[in-house]
Design a protein around this ligand. Sequence first.
Ligand code: PLP
Length: 425
Amino acid sequence: MDFDQFIQDTETIKKIKKRKFNLDKIRADFPILSREVNGKPLVYLDNAATTQKPDVVIESVKHYYAYENANIHRGLHHLSELATEAYENARLKVKEYINALSASEIVFVRGATEGINLVANTFCRSGQFQDGDEIIISEMEHHANIVPWQLVCEDKNIKLKVIPMNDRGELIMEEYVKLFSSKTKFVSVVHASNSLGTINPVKEIIEIAHEHGVPALIDGAQSIQHSRIDVQKLGADFFVFSGHKIYGPTGIGVLYGKAEYLNMLPPYQGGGDMIREVTFEKTTYNDIPTKFEAGTPNIVGGIGLGVALKYLRSFNLEDLMSHEKKLLDYATERLLEIEGLKIIGTAKNKTSVLAFTIEGIHPYDIGTIIDTDGIAIRTGHHCTQPVMRRFNVPATARASFSFYNTFEEVDKLHDALIKVKKMLG
Ligand code: PLP
C-alpha cells in the first residue's frame, strides 16, 4: 500500500474510503506472510496470541523514528508538537473505533493486562472495596483477569465469585444472576475466550450488573479484532484490549473507562505528565486521561495502533468478520474428519479460535511436529489453567484465524495433523 497517501489522509477513520475484500491484496499488505519457515511457506494460525502487522503499521513506526521522534506534551519545539499531535490523533482514532463518548476516556496502557491491573488497583485504593466484599469473574477468564483481582483481594480479604460454564464452554447465565449479593462490588468478564472461542453475552452481563448497581469491566483482548465494538451500546464501564492483537505494535493497549469512574479513581502510578502541581507537601493531579499516563508513554506504539485501526476501517468490518467465520466453520468441519480429534469449546457463538486435543498425542508434540511444516499454532494452557481443569485436559492445541488466512491454510493444517497421527498415533 502507498504509505504516504495512507498516512496523509487526515480524515477521521469513520470516513475512510472502503476497500473491497480481496484476499491476495490483503495478504500482500502483511510482509511476514510471504516468508518461509523451515523451508515451507509460513502458515500463521496463532492470531489469538498476536496478530501480524500490515506494512502501513510497520512504516508508521519507521516514519515516526525517522521524521518525528521527540518526547510529547512537554516541548514547544516543532518535533515535539508533531509527535504530540500524532499520539493524540491516535487516541482520537481509538475513541472513534470503539465509539467512546470522549477521547479523555481512552487511557493508553501497555496492554489488556495492565488495563485490568490499573482498574483493580485503583478501585481498591479508592476505598470502594471493604473486607468481605465480592467480585464476580467467570470460569473462562485469562489469568490477566484473575490474578490482578487476587492481588487486590489479598490485602482486603475480598472473595472472587466465579460464573460457571457448561460442557460447551458457555457461561451459565442463571448461575451468574445467583452470584450477586449485597457484598458484590465489581463484575469483570471476558468478551471472547482465548482458549475456547466462546463469545459471551456481555451486554446482558453488564445490564445485570447495573441492575445491582455494580460496575462492569469487559476484557476485550479477543473480541476487539473480530467484532464491531461500541462501548456506549455495550454500556461497559471499562473495556480493555491490547494493540498487538489488533494488528498494532506490542507494548501498547487501551483502557476505556467511563469518565465518571476515571475521574473518581486515584492515579495508578506517579511521575511526569500525570501531575498538575508538585510540592513536597502535596501533589495535585492532571485531568483524565493524563492522570493515568505517568512518564514517557509508548508514543510510537500509540501511533502504530492508530494506524492499525485506520487500516481495519479501510475495509467493511463485516467482510473481514464474515471471512473469519467461514474459516472457523471450514476448519471445524475439516478437523472433525480426523479420528480421535476433540474440539474443546463448542459454544454456539464462537470467535475464530479452534482448540482441540488428539487422543493419545500430547498437544506439545502436535505443535512441534507441524512447525516443521511451517505451521504456527499454540499449545499449552493458554493462560487459562482453570479452563484446562474444567475440561480435564493438561493442555490443548489451538489454531486461531485472522481475515488474512486462507482455506488452503486450513487444508494444510488438516494434512499436517494427519501426518502427526501417522507418526505418533
Ligand atoms: N485477556 C485475554 C482474553 C487474552 O487472550 C489475553 C492475551 O492472550 C490477555 C487478556 C492479556 O493480553 P496481553 O498479554 O496483551 O496484556
